[in-house]
Ligand binder design. Structure first.
Ligand code: AMP
Length: 278
């Protein structure tokens, strides 16, 4: 099974991809992680990508397409992958289709994680990770249980991404809306697009994703019913109109007086009634 997680920066794609890796035996392919590794190694690709990434812009299509194509050829990618952060442009989406077809693979699901921009800026500008195991934390929402010690591996070293600051986040969000969101209609038309509420808790999002990957609807029927019950009841149209402002109601037209029908037309033959009970 091959899937794409689509969503703005900070939507939780990386966190969820790691959880789905274990659950479904898939491999997470994050172009962001690959590019950061290239920057850290000082390779030619890293040197080209560094300043673009720090500015929050997108690395040229041909570089990331080549990166993903090579990665998809590795033996561990043959059982299925979760693409996290790729594709990010319509050119990348087209290239992904072609490379999957060439490699005899197919795309099973594209899942959009929907999150409001205001929440994303808060999420991203407070996040950091354990430098050793990569466990994610947040200044306000998810602190380590013991201050300064990673819950998962006990390391005392943490790091922040250089592009996780409020200014760059705005550029990254802008890049998402202008360059990445236009991919959504392409996948909707192909019938592979699903979406989940990325504002829900991490566990709830994992559950919704797992349901989709198991071939069930994203929202459990019970949860759907609860949501419906919580919705405000439908109110009659007249009661919904604001008392003051709002669209004024058109005064009812005075009905013309009914014309008297000719007597003959008024008189209908009496219908035969059922037998009277005695
Ligand atoms: P991410 O970790 O997915 O938020 O990516 C971090 C940065 O890497 C992005 O802001 C881009 O500069 C670059 N990047 C990652 N994936 C891509 C991609 N598919 N296309 C272009 N640039 C990318």
């Amino acid at each position: 099974m091959n899937i794409v997680l689509l969503g703005p920066p900070g939507a939780g794609k990386g966190t969820q991809a790691k959880r789905l890796e274990d659950k479904f035996g898939l491999v997470q392919l994050s172009t962001g992680d690959m590019l950061r590794a290239a920057v850290a190694s000082g390779s030619e690709l890293g040197q080209k990508a560094r300043s673009i990434m720090e500015a929050g812009q997108l690395v040229p299509d041909e570089l990331v397409i080549a990166l993903i194509s090579q990665r998809l050829d590795q033996p561990d990618a043959q059982n299925g992958v979760i693409l996290d952060g790729f594709p990010r442009t319509t050119a990348q989406a087209g290239a992904l289709d072609r490379m999957l077809t060439d490699k005899g693979l197919k795309l099973d699901y594209v899942i959009e994680m929907k999150v409001d921009d205001a929440l994303l800026i808060d999420r991203i500008s407070g996040r950091y990770t354990c430098a050793k195991c990569g466990e994610g934390y947040h200044d306000r929402n998810k602190k380590p249980k013991v201050a300064g010690v990673c819950d998962r591996c006990g390391s005392r070293e943490f790091k922040r991404r250089p592009d996780d600051n409020a200014n760059t986040v705005r550029t990254r969000l802008d890049a998402y809306h202008r360059q990445t969101a236009p991919i959504l209609p392409y996948y909707r038309a192909k019938g592979v697009l699903q979406s989940v509420d990325g504002m829900a808790s991490i566990d709830a999002v994992t559950k919704a994703l797992a349901r989709i990957l198991s071939g069930q609807p994203a929202v459990a029927p019970a949860a759907k019913a609860a949501k419906k019950a919580a919705r405000p009841k439908r109110v009659a149209k007249a009661a919904r109109r604001p008392a003051g402002g709002g669209k004024a109601r058109r005064p009812a037209k005075a009905k013309p007086a009914r014309k008297a029908r000719p007597k003959a037309a008024q008189k209908r033959p009496a219908k035969p009634r059922g037998k009277k009970k005695l």
